[in-house]
Design a protein. Structure first.
Length: 419
């Protein structure tokens, strides 16, 4: 049955964002959706003070690909949980981010794979609808209450068709990293960005990555992608946003196919700023001590920069024989003491609303999250990434007409969604 449920996933193309090289990147998956599977719900969770855990679990993560900060913090947290549970064996596998979702889907569909993995919610909707993730709906109230205190936004973003499928760990949205020695004051508006175009960079490209980074600029021009019925609604505002990117390139802004190349140019001083996420904070703070800051993306004539706000979280393999143990392990991983390590040492913005974010860079992202657009889990979004990624490439690389490209992308999206 799991093989049959998975068939639409392997048939669909998995779109990887240009930021895939960073282990916590939010690159989107455009795998096709399958009908919801019934699956049993997880039992309500015990607190971290419950009986000691024993047994063996396997967890996958992809932090090794993005440098040392996130991986070191993750390993420290795992060590803390193991120290508190002498009978617990934890096998950790670092999987390259550009293989993580596909590898999980392939193995879980045949009854294998890890007991759980930690990642952004890129493939959450398609994996949930394919029946690959454990239904955690009964845990929602427990997670919202002390000691976990998970935000409603995080719970909502990990909910698909009314059911919860992840234990949120942190929140992510993109914002402007900038060097204070080149840009003493962060450019705040789209006009400010044009004035400073030669000092700025932008990550774009097909395969979903560009469509992720561009999302925030749609709101700045009053645009959106989906209406309440799931039909493409990008005709207003989105063409203006793409025209702005086109004009920014003409004004001297540098465009990148992936965020690690942009990060390298920021560190070397070739650019003074670019839009990216908190998964880069640890490395940039080490490389540019005292010279790096974060501010929201550009506010435009239509409103604030509205990046996708979405959680990273722990996903429990529905095929796992150790699912209950995996749930309890994940809850100890998000205890306040352990999550604070991710906050302080890797720049994570906690899904736990009671934790302290002291670092000004992290607070910059927290601000961006407050004005962000909650990442939709609507099935129609699957057909956004490739179509609008291609539109961006046409507009930026080929100077194509933004209105025509948005019209084409919308038509293709609605056709695929049968709207």
């Amino acid at each position: 049955m799991k093989k049959l449920r998975f068939a639409p996933l392997v048939a669909g193309a998995v779109l990887l964002a240009s930021a895939c090289s960073s282990g916590a990147s939010p690159s989107p998956s455009a795998a096709s959706a399958a009908p919801p599977a019934s699956g049993g719900e997880a039992s309500a969770a015990a607190s971290p003070s419950a009986a000691a855990l024993s047994g063996t679990i396997t967890i996958w993560e992809a932090y090794g690909a993005s440098g040392s900060a996130e991986k070191a913090a993750f390993d420290k947290i795992v060590a803390n949980v193991k120290s508190a549970n002498s009978g617990l064996t934890v096998n950790v596998l670092d999987v390259p981010f550009n293989q993580l979702f596909n590898k999980f889907e392939t193995e879980a569909a045949s009854g294998g794979g890890p007991d759980l993995y930690i990642a952004p919610n890129d493939s959450l909707p398609s994996e949930a609808r394919a029946g690959l993730l454990k239904d955690l709906t009964s845990m929602a109230d427990t997670l919202k209450a002390a000691p976990y205190s998970i935000s409603d936004t995080a719970i909502t973003a990990d909910t698909v068709d009314g059911k919860l499928y992840a234990i949120p760990e942190s929140m992510k949205a993109v914002a402007l990293f900038y060097r204070t020695d080149q840009l003493p004051t962060a450019p705040a508006t789209t006009d400010d960005w044009k004035t400073n175009a030669s000092k700025l960079g932008w990550v774009y490209g097909a395969n979903g990555g560009g469509a992720y980074y561009a999302w925030g600029i749609y709101g700045a021009f009053g645009g959106k992608i989906l209406d309440d019925t799931g039909k493409c609604a990008a005709a207003t505002g989105v063409p203006d946003a793409l025209k702005w990117l086109q004009d920014m390139k003409a004004a001297g802004m540098k465009f990148y196919q992936n965020d690690n190349d942009a990060k390298a140019d920021l560190i070397s001083g070739k650019i003074g700023g670019f839009i990216d996420g908190p998964w880069q904070s640890g490395d940039l703070k080490k490389a540019l001590p005292g010279k790096i800051a974060v501010a929201p993306g550009p506010k435009g004539p239509g409103g604030d920069f509205q990046p996708m706000a979405a959680p990273d979280g722990y996903y429990i393999n529905d095929a796992s024989a150790n699912a209950d143990l995996a749930v309890q392990f994940a809850l100890q991983m998000i205890s306040a003491q352990n999550e604070q390590i991710f906050v302080d040492e890797a720049g994570h913005i906690p899904a736990n609303t009671t934790l302290t974010v002291k670092d000004p860079i992290d607070n910059g992202f927290a601000t961006a999250i407050k004005t962000g657009f909650a990442r939709p889990t609507a099935v129609e979004l699957n057909n956004y990434w490739g179509n609008f990624g291609n539109a961006l490439v046409a507009v930026i690389d080929k100077t194509a007409d933004p209105t025509a490209e948005v019209t084409k992308a919308c038509a293709a999206m609605d056709k695929a969604n049968k709207k």
